[in-house]
Design a protein around this ligand. Structure first.
Ligand code: PBG
Length: 323
């Protein structure tokens, strides 16, 4: 009888659809990015990211304790330092803001996965991801500072370090420094394919890291390039990356799918601040169904190949997945 093939047969009921579902989200795969700032009892709103805050360490510990209990076990830490200078000193100061937060969190949540974002841009007064020679970000001198920061993060209790600076050779420099300091067990989750994206806009308010001049196109990738992502990924693997990140996520699903098809290490996708802000803004206007679209966005990222998703909606999504 015509037609022979009827795909709709498997869509007849909610239970049948659930049975044949190809992509299943789990709270286990979610990573929640957070911003930590100096002071006590601070929960400062970020205007372009409704529901996201800069937390002082005391309040961050309380917040993440709740989020952990709600089922999110992995956190990505960004710091807003007390002092910025030309060489980003607080990034590798043992008493820098992220190191202080790591020590407290490690004590309060011993089993949590604490991922330390590793970059200088939040810590430099010029806002670039490396140190400057004139107006140029100097690659090799920056590597030493990143390596020092990685060691301090590991010492303070980071489970994983995640370099996001896009300097050439940084994975190898960080690996050697970690090994030499006795942290050969600390994995490197490298932002291997990180694009120079306008979707980072709201993050610049959140992390206070807007470049004082110019932009990041001389170190982050050109959004037009697809093959080059594979070059970056393979280099990072050769240098010793244990896990990779593709960033941003939704506008770069082709990249994510390519990477997933080519490597065997775990791959994360970073659903960045602009992706978050777009959906939040549309939902506030009543133009999109908020929960439905958030879950669809996460599903599309997982379907394209992400084993892990870094998302500001991690706590809420975990609640929906378990509820
Ligand atoms: C820089 C960094 C950025 C983000 C994470 N790490 C911004 C940038 O490169 O300018 C963006 C994350 C987001 O937009 O959510 N170290």
């Amino acid at each position: 009888m015509f037609p022979n093939e009827r795909p709709r047969r498997l869509r007849q009921s909610a239970n049948l659809r659930r049975l044949v579902q190809e992509t299943r989200l789990s709270a286990d795969a979610l990573i929640y990015p957070v911003f930590v700032r100096p002071g006590t009892n601070r929960q400062d709103p970020i205007h372009s990211m409704p529901g996201i805050y800069q937390w002082s360490v005391d309040r961050l510990v309380e917040h993440l304790t709740e989020v952990y209990q709600a089922g999110v076990r992995a956190f990505l830490l960004f710091g807003i330092p007390q002092h910025k200078d030309s060489v980003g000193s607080e990034a590798y100061d043992p008493n820098g803001i992220v190191q202080v937060a790591l020590r407290q969190l490690r004590e309060s949540l011993p089993d949590a996965i604490l991922i330390a974002d590793l970059c200088l841009c939040e810590y430099t007064d010029h806002g670039h991801c490396g140190i400057l020679e004139g107006e140029r970000v100097a690659n090799d001198p920056t590597l030493d500072l990143l390596a020092r920061a990685a060691v301090e993060q590991a010492r303070a209790g980071a489970t994983i370090v995640a370099p996001s600076d896009m300097m050439d050779g940084r994975v190898q420099a960080i690996r050697s420094a970690l090994d030499a300091a006795g942290y050969s067990e600390v994995p490197i989750m490298s932002y291997a394919a990180k694009y120079a994206s306008g979707f980072y806009g709201p993050f610049r308010e959140a992390a206070e890291n807007t470049p004082a001049f110019g932009d990041r196109r001389a170190y982050q990738m050109d959004p037009a390039n697809r093959r080059e992502a594979m070059r970056e990924v393979l280099l990072d693997l050769e240098e010793g990356a244990d896990m990779l990140i593709v960033k941003p996520a939704m506008p770069y699903l082709d990249i994510l799918s390519d990477v997933r098809g080519r490597v065997s290490v775990p791959v994360a996708a970073y659903q960045v601040s602009g992706e978050f802000a777009m959906i939040e803004a549309a939902a506030r206007n009543g133009w999109l169904e908020r929960e439905r679209v958030i879950m669809e966005s996460l599903t599309s990222i997982a379907r394209a190949g992400a084993d892990m998703i870094i998302t500001y909606w991690a706590p809420e999504a975990a609640g929906w997945l378990q509820g």
